[in-house]
Design a protein around this ligand. Structure first.
Ligand SMILES: [Zn+2]
Ligand SMILES: [Zn+2]
Length: 360
C-alpha cells in the first residue's frame, strides 16, 4: 500500500540518476554481499532502499543494519524484512534499539495510547504537578529572583531605574497555585484507523537494556510487547542518540567478557525514608524539593557496590571494566576512595546541588 508511490518515485530517480541499483545488482551477481547501514530515519531509508532493490531483482540478497529505526509504515512492509535461510534472494533487516528509545515506538497507535493514559491517570499526576510547580516557583523566588535583583541593582547604579525586576513574570512574584493547564479536552483521535494499527520496527531486533548497571542485549521479535508502548523515562530521547547506542554496544560486548558480575541493585523500601548507605541520611537530603515525587527521582545506586546512595555521596565517577562498564559511571564515596589514593575533592555536601543528568 503506502510503499508503492515511494517505490515509483525512487525507481524514477534511480533510472534518471546514478544507476545505484544496477551497480549493486552487478556486485551481487559477482558474489559480493551487500549491506546497507543507517541510523534513525537513515535506518528507515536503508530498509526501504533494500526492499525496492529486491522488488526490482528478486535474486539480490541484501542485509540491512538499522539503528534506532522508526516503525515501518505498514505491517506488510515489516513482513518483507525477514529473509529465510532457504530464500535465494531477499532482505534481512537487523535493527538495534537502545532501551527506552521513543522513536521506534512512536507510531500513531502508541502515541494515542500514551495520550489516553496521561489523561486517564490525571488524578495521579495532577496533584504532584501542582506541587512541583509550587516548588519550582518557591525555588525561583529563593534563588533566581535575588540574583536577578542584584543584577538589577548593579544596573540601577549604572543606568538608573528600570530593567530586570519589572521584567519578571507576574507569577514569579505571586508564587500562587500551579496553574499549568493540563490536557483538558477529551482526545478526538486524529485517525481512528491509524490508532488501531500496530506498526513495528523492521526485522529481528537487538534490544539493549541495563541490568544492575550492566549493559545487556537480547534478540527480540518486533511483536515484543516492549515496543507496543512508549515508555516514559528520562532516557526516552537520549537513548536515540548514536553516541549512546555506540557506547551501549561497546559495553554489551565488554559485559559479556567481564570477569565479574555486578552486585544486584536493591529496590527502594516501600515504607519510610530511603537512607544513603554511605552517610546514613535520607537520600533526599540534598534535594531542594519537599516533594516526594521529585525526591524519588534522586534514587541512585552506586555502580560499583550496588547500594542506594545520596547524590552528595556519589558525585565521583569511574569506569568499572571488571563489570564490563567502560563508560564513566557514578560510584559512592567508599568505592571511589577504595579505588584511588587521590583526595576526594568532590566531598563537599552542597544544599541544592544539581543532579548530573549525564549519568545513565
Ligand atoms: Zn550520603
Ligand atoms: Zn559503592
Amino acid at each position: 500500500g503506502a510503499a508503492e508511490p515511494a517505490s515509483s518515485a525512487v525507481k524514477a530517480g534511480m533510472g534518471a540518476g546514478g544507476n545505484v541499483g544496477r551497480m549493486l545488482e552487478r556486485f551481487s551477481a559477482a558474489g559480493y554481499s551487500i549491506e546497507i547501514v543507517g541510523h534513525s530515519l537513515g535506518g528507515g531509508v536503508a530498509t526501504l532502499l533494500a526492499l525496492l532493490l529486491h522488488a526490482e531483482n528478486s535474486n539480490i540478497k541484501i542485509d540491512v543494519y538499522a539503528y534506532a529505526v522508526p516503525a515501518c509504515v505498514s505491517p506488510r512492509l515489516e513482513n518483507r524484512c525477514h529473509r529465510r535461510p532457504t530464500d535465494k534472494g531477499g532482505v534481512k533487516v537487523i535493527s538495534t534499539i537502545l532501551q527506552d528509545d521513543a522513536v521506534p515506538r512512536a507510531s500513531a497507535r502508541n502515541i494515542l495510547a500514551l495520550a489516553k493514559e496521561i489523561v486517564e491517570r490525571k488524578k495521579e499526576w495532577q496533584p504532584a504537578l501542582a506541587r512541583e510547580i509550587k516548588d519550582i516557583q518557591r525555588r525561583a523566588l529563593g534563588l533566581w529572583a535575588p540574583m536577578t535583583r542584584s543584577t538589577h541593582w548593579m544596573r540601577m547604579e549604572k543606568e538608573g531605574p528600570g530593567g530586570a525586576l519589572e521584567a519578571l513574570p507576574a507569577n514569579v512574584h505571586g508564587g500562587g497555585e500551579g496553574t499549568g493547564k493540563p490536557l483538558e479536552e477529551p482526545l478526538s483521535p486524529l485517525d481512528i484507523k491509524a490508532a488501531g494499527v500496530l506498526l513495528l520496527p523492521p526485522g529481528p531486533i537487538i534490544h539493549i537494556f541495563s541490568k544492575n548497571g550492566q549493559r545487556r542485549a537480547s534478540l527480540v521479535q518486533p511483536t515484543w510487547a516492549g515496543f507496543g508502548r512508549v515508555e516514559v523515562s528520562r532516557h526516552m530521547f537520549t537513548d536515540h542518540s548514536r553516541e549512546y547506542i555506540t557506547a551501549a554496544m561497546r559495553d554489551v560486548l565488554a559485559a559479556r567478557s567481564a570477569p565479574n558480575k555486578p552486585p544486584i541493585w536493591p529496590d527502594a523500601p516501600h515504607i519510610g525514608p530511603v537512607l544513603c548507605a554511605v552517610c546514613g541520611y535520607s537520600v533526599a537530603w540534598a534535594s531542594s524539593s519537599d516533594n516526594p515525587l521529585e525526591q524519588s527521582r534522586e534514587l541512585r545506586h552506586c555502580y560499583a557496590c550496588g547500594r542506594i546512595v545520596c547524590s552528595g555521596c556519589s558525585s565521583a565517577k569511574l569506569t568499572l571494566p571488571e563489570y564490563g562498564i567502560l563508560s564513566s559511571v557514578r560510584v559512592c564515596e567508599h568505592c571511589y576512595v577504595g579505588s584511588t589514593t587521590s583526595p576526594p575533592s568532590w566531598r563537599h555536601h552542597t544544599k541544592g546541588i544539581l543532579n548530573d543528568s549525564k549519568t545513565p
